[in-house]
Design a protein around this ligand. Structure first.
Ligand code: URA
Length: 235
Protein backbone atom coordinates (compact mmCIF):
# COMPACT_ATOMS: atom_id res chain seq x y z
CA UNK A 1 0.00 0.00 0.00
CA UNK A 2 1.21 3.52 -0.79
CA UNK A 3 1.97 5.56 2.27
CA UNK A 4 -0.20 8.48 1.11
CA UNK A 5 -3.13 6.06 0.75
CA UNK A 6 -2.60 4.79 4.29
CA UNK A 7 -2.44 8.33 5.70
CA UNK A 8 -5.55 9.37 3.83
CA UNK A 9 -7.52 6.25 4.83
CA UNK A 10 -6.57 6.83 8.45
CA UNK A 11 -7.79 10.42 8.17
CA UNK A 12 -4.33 11.82 8.87
CA UNK A 13 -3.57 13.71 5.67
CA UNK A 14 -4.79 14.15 2.13
CA UNK A 15 -2.55 12.84 -0.62
CA UNK A 16 -1.33 16.35 -1.34
CA UNK A 17 -0.58 16.99 2.32
CA UNK A 18 1.29 13.68 2.49
CA UNK A 19 3.56 14.75 -0.36
CA UNK A 20 4.41 17.98 1.48
CA UNK A 21 4.89 16.19 4.80
CA UNK A 22 7.18 13.61 3.19
CA UNK A 23 9.32 16.31 1.57
CA UNK A 24 9.59 18.02 4.96
CA UNK A 25 10.91 14.78 6.51
CA UNK A 26 7.86 14.31 8.76
CA UNK A 27 7.14 10.72 7.68
CA UNK A 28 9.23 7.80 8.91
CA UNK A 29 8.97 4.14 7.99
CA UNK A 30 10.61 1.84 10.51
CA UNK A 31 12.54 4.80 11.86
CA UNK A 32 13.84 5.97 8.48
CA UNK A 33 12.73 9.23 6.88
CA UNK A 34 11.05 8.71 3.51
CA UNK A 35 10.93 11.66 1.20
CA UNK A 36 8.36 10.31 -1.27
CA UNK A 37 4.73 9.84 -0.35
CA UNK A 38 4.21 7.24 -3.08
CA UNK A 39 6.56 4.86 -1.24
CA UNK A 40 5.01 1.40 -0.84
CA UNK A 41 4.80 -0.10 2.63
CA UNK A 42 3.29 -3.16 4.25
CA UNK A 43 0.64 -1.75 6.62
CA UNK A 44 0.60 -4.97 8.67
CA UNK A 45 4.35 -4.96 9.34
CA UNK A 46 5.92 -1.57 8.79
CA UNK A 47 5.84 1.06 11.52
CA UNK A 48 4.79 4.40 10.08
CA UNK A 49 5.32 7.58 12.06
CA UNK A 50 3.83 10.94 11.18
CA UNK A 51 5.24 13.96 13.01
CA UNK A 52 6.52 11.63 15.73
CA UNK A 53 3.25 9.70 16.22
CA UNK A 54 2.78 6.11 15.15
CA UNK A 55 -0.05 5.68 12.65
CA UNK A 56 -1.85 2.40 13.21
CA UNK A 57 -3.52 0.97 10.15
CA UNK A 58 -7.02 -0.42 10.32
CA UNK A 59 -8.92 -1.30 7.20
CA UNK A 60 -12.33 -0.30 8.55
CA UNK A 61 -13.51 1.94 11.36
CA UNK A 62 -16.56 1.20 13.53
CA UNK A 63 -17.95 3.89 15.79
CA UNK A 64 -20.79 3.94 18.32
CA UNK A 65 -22.47 7.32 18.66
CA UNK A 66 -25.16 8.40 21.11
CA UNK A 67 -27.27 10.53 18.79
CA UNK A 68 -28.82 13.66 20.26
CA UNK A 69 -32.05 15.20 19.03
CA UNK A 70 -31.96 17.45 16.02
CA UNK A 71 -29.32 15.68 13.95
CA UNK A 72 -30.05 13.85 10.72
CA UNK A 73 -28.59 10.43 9.93
CA UNK A 74 -26.80 11.44 6.77
CA UNK A 75 -23.28 12.26 5.66
CA UNK A 76 -24.28 15.64 4.22
CA UNK A 77 -27.30 17.86 4.36
CA UNK A 78 -27.76 21.38 3.07
CA UNK A 79 -30.00 22.54 5.89
CA UNK A 80 -29.64 20.19 8.85
CA UNK A 81 -26.79 19.19 11.12
CA UNK A 82 -25.66 15.64 10.41
CA UNK A 83 -24.43 12.98 12.82
CA UNK A 84 -21.06 13.15 11.02
CA UNK A 85 -20.63 16.66 12.39
CA UNK A 86 -20.41 15.18 15.89
CA UNK A 87 -17.11 13.49 14.96
CA UNK A 88 -13.68 15.12 14.83
CA UNK A 89 -12.20 16.04 11.46
CA UNK A 90 -9.81 13.08 11.48
CA UNK A 91 -12.73 10.63 11.70
CA UNK A 92 -14.85 12.52 9.20
CA UNK A 93 -12.15 12.11 6.59
CA UNK A 94 -12.46 8.33 6.68
CA UNK A 95 -15.55 8.06 4.53
CA UNK A 96 -17.79 6.96 7.41
CA UNK A 97 -21.55 6.80 7.04
CA UNK A 98 -24.36 5.98 9.47
CA UNK A 99 -25.46 2.38 9.35
CA UNK A 100 -29.20 2.89 8.95
CA UNK A 101 -31.26 5.93 9.77
CA UNK A 102 -32.76 7.33 12.92
CA UNK A 103 -35.26 10.16 12.56
CA UNK A 104 -34.08 13.67 13.38
CA UNK A 105 -35.73 13.53 16.79
CA UNK A 106 -34.85 9.93 17.63
CA UNK A 107 -32.02 9.50 20.11
CA UNK A 108 -29.50 6.84 20.88
CA UNK A 109 -27.37 4.23 19.24
CA UNK A 110 -26.03 4.83 15.77
CA UNK A 111 -23.16 2.86 14.32
CA UNK A 112 -20.94 4.66 11.84
CA UNK A 113 -18.57 2.74 9.63
CA UNK A 114 -16.85 2.68 6.28
CA UNK A 115 -17.36 -1.09 5.98
CA UNK A 116 -20.09 -1.06 3.36
CA UNK A 117 -20.57 -4.82 3.15
CA UNK A 118 -21.12 -5.34 6.88
CA UNK A 119 -23.36 -2.27 7.10
CA UNK A 120 -25.44 -3.52 4.22
CA UNK A 121 -25.80 -6.98 5.73
CA UNK A 122 -26.73 -5.64 9.15
CA UNK A 123 -29.59 -3.69 7.61
CA UNK A 124 -30.86 -6.31 5.21
CA UNK A 125 -34.08 -7.93 6.50
CA UNK A 126 -32.64 -11.27 5.35
CA UNK A 127 -30.13 -11.19 8.20
CA UNK A 128 -32.70 -10.47 10.94
CA UNK A 129 -30.45 -8.22 13.01
CA UNK A 130 -32.73 -6.94 15.75
CA UNK A 131 -32.82 -3.32 16.87
CA UNK A 132 -34.39 -2.36 20.19
CA UNK A 133 -35.91 1.03 20.99
CA UNK A 134 -37.21 2.56 24.18
CA UNK A 135 -40.39 4.47 23.47
CA UNK A 136 -43.03 6.60 25.09
CA UNK A 137 -46.47 6.98 23.58
CA UNK A 138 -49.13 9.57 24.21
CA UNK A 139 -51.68 6.92 25.30
CA UNK A 140 -51.35 3.58 27.11
CA UNK A 141 -51.30 0.59 24.75
CA UNK A 142 -54.12 -1.87 25.31
CA UNK A 143 -53.42 -5.59 25.15
CA UNK A 144 -55.11 -5.55 21.76
CA UNK A 145 -52.92 -2.70 20.42
CA UNK A 146 -49.84 -4.54 21.62
CA UNK A 147 -50.90 -7.78 19.96
CA UNK A 148 -51.80 -6.02 16.71
CA UNK A 149 -48.41 -4.32 16.51
CA UNK A 150 -46.55 -7.47 17.49
CA UNK A 151 -48.30 -9.52 14.85
CA UNK A 152 -47.75 -6.93 12.12
CA UNK A 153 -49.76 -3.83 11.21
CA UNK A 154 -50.45 -2.07 7.95
CA UNK A 155 -48.41 1.14 7.93
CA UNK A 156 -49.76 2.30 4.59
CA UNK A 157 -49.40 -0.39 1.96
CA UNK A 158 -46.89 -2.42 3.94
CA UNK A 159 -47.59 -4.93 6.69
CA UNK A 160 -44.79 -4.96 9.24
CA UNK A 161 -43.03 -8.16 10.23
CA UNK A 162 -43.73 -9.64 13.68
CA UNK A 163 -41.93 -7.77 16.46
CA UNK A 164 -41.71 -7.82 20.24
CA UNK A 165 -43.01 -5.22 22.70
CA UNK A 166 -42.32 -5.14 26.43
CA UNK A 167 -44.46 -2.56 28.19
CA UNK A 168 -43.40 -0.80 31.37
CA UNK A 169 -45.85 -0.42 34.25
CA UNK A 170 -47.66 2.59 32.81
CA UNK A 171 -48.45 0.71 29.54
CA UNK A 172 -47.61 3.93 27.66
CA UNK A 173 -43.88 3.27 27.49
CA UNK A 174 -41.67 0.28 26.95
CA UNK A 175 -39.28 -1.40 24.55
CA UNK A 176 -39.90 -2.55 21.02
CA UNK A 177 -37.63 -4.84 19.03
CA UNK A 178 -37.73 -4.87 15.23
CA UNK A 179 -35.78 -6.80 12.62
CA UNK A 180 -36.50 -4.33 9.85
CA UNK A 181 -36.33 -0.58 9.42
CA UNK A 182 -38.90 1.06 7.21
CA UNK A 183 -39.12 4.84 7.06
CA UNK A 184 -40.62 6.17 10.36
CA UNK A 185 -41.57 2.58 11.10
CA UNK A 186 -42.27 2.76 14.83
CA UNK A 187 -44.09 6.07 14.53
CA UNK A 188 -46.28 4.63 11.81
CA UNK A 189 -46.88 1.41 13.78
CA UNK A 190 -48.19 3.40 16.72
CA UNK A 191 -50.28 5.56 14.43
CA UNK A 192 -51.81 2.39 13.00
CA UNK A 193 -53.38 1.80 16.44
CA UNK A 194 -54.38 5.48 16.86
CA UNK A 195 -51.52 6.33 19.16
CA UNK A 196 -48.47 8.58 18.86
CA UNK A 197 -44.79 8.29 19.68
CA UNK A 198 -43.57 11.07 21.99
CA UNK A 199 -40.07 9.71 22.70
CA UNK A 200 -37.88 7.25 20.82
CA UNK A 201 -34.39 6.06 21.64
CA UNK A 202 -32.49 3.15 20.10
CA UNK A 203 -30.82 1.18 22.85
CA UNK A 204 -29.38 -1.78 20.95
CA UNK A 205 -28.33 -2.93 17.53
CA UNK A 206 -27.99 -6.72 17.32
CA UNK A 207 -26.04 -7.69 20.42
CA UNK A 208 -24.44 -4.24 20.69
CA UNK A 209 -25.96 -2.12 23.46
CA UNK A 210 -25.74 1.65 23.71
CA UNK A 211 -22.92 2.43 26.16
CA UNK A 212 -24.56 4.22 29.08
CA UNK A 213 -21.31 6.12 29.73
CA UNK A 214 -21.73 8.01 26.46
CA UNK A 215 -23.55 11.30 26.87
CA UNK A 216 -25.73 12.48 24.01
CA UNK A 217 -23.48 13.53 21.16
CA UNK A 218 -20.53 11.47 22.44
CA UNK A 219 -18.92 8.60 20.58
CA UNK A 220 -16.36 5.86 20.95
CA UNK A 221 -14.90 3.08 18.78
CA UNK A 222 -16.62 -0.29 18.97
CA UNK A 223 -14.69 -2.71 21.15
CA UNK A 224 -13.09 -5.71 19.45
CA UNK A 225 -15.95 -7.88 20.68
CA UNK A 226 -18.58 -5.45 19.40
CA UNK A 227 -16.79 -5.21 16.06
CA UNK A 228 -16.85 -8.98 15.74
CA UNK A 229 -20.53 -8.99 16.62
CA UNK A 230 -21.25 -6.28 14.05
CA UNK A 231 -19.39 -8.11 11.29
CA UNK A 232 -20.26 -11.62 12.45
CA UNK A 233 -23.86 -10.97 13.46
CA UNK A 234 -24.50 -10.08 9.91
CA UNK A 235 -23.16 -13.17 8.25
N1 URA B 1 -38.80 4.08 13.80
C1 URA B 1 -39.13 5.39 13.74
O1 URA B 1 -40.29 5.74 13.62
N2 URA B 1 -38.14 6.28 13.85
C2 URA B 1 -36.84 5.95 14.02
O2 URA B 1 -35.99 6.83 14.11
C3 URA B 1 -36.52 4.59 14.08
C4 URA B 1 -37.51 3.67 13.97
Amino acid sequence: MRIDKLLSEMGKATRKESATLAKAGKILVNGVVIKRSDTHINPEKDVVTLCGNVVHYKKFTYIMLNKPQGYVSATEDEREQTVLELLPEEERRKGLFPCGRLDKNTLGLIILTNDGDSAHKSLSPKHHVSKTYRFEASLPLTAEDKARIENGVDIGGYVTKPCKITLYNDDASGEITLTEGKYHQIKRMLEAVDNKITYLERISFGTIALDSRLQRGEWRYLTEQEEKAFIGDNK
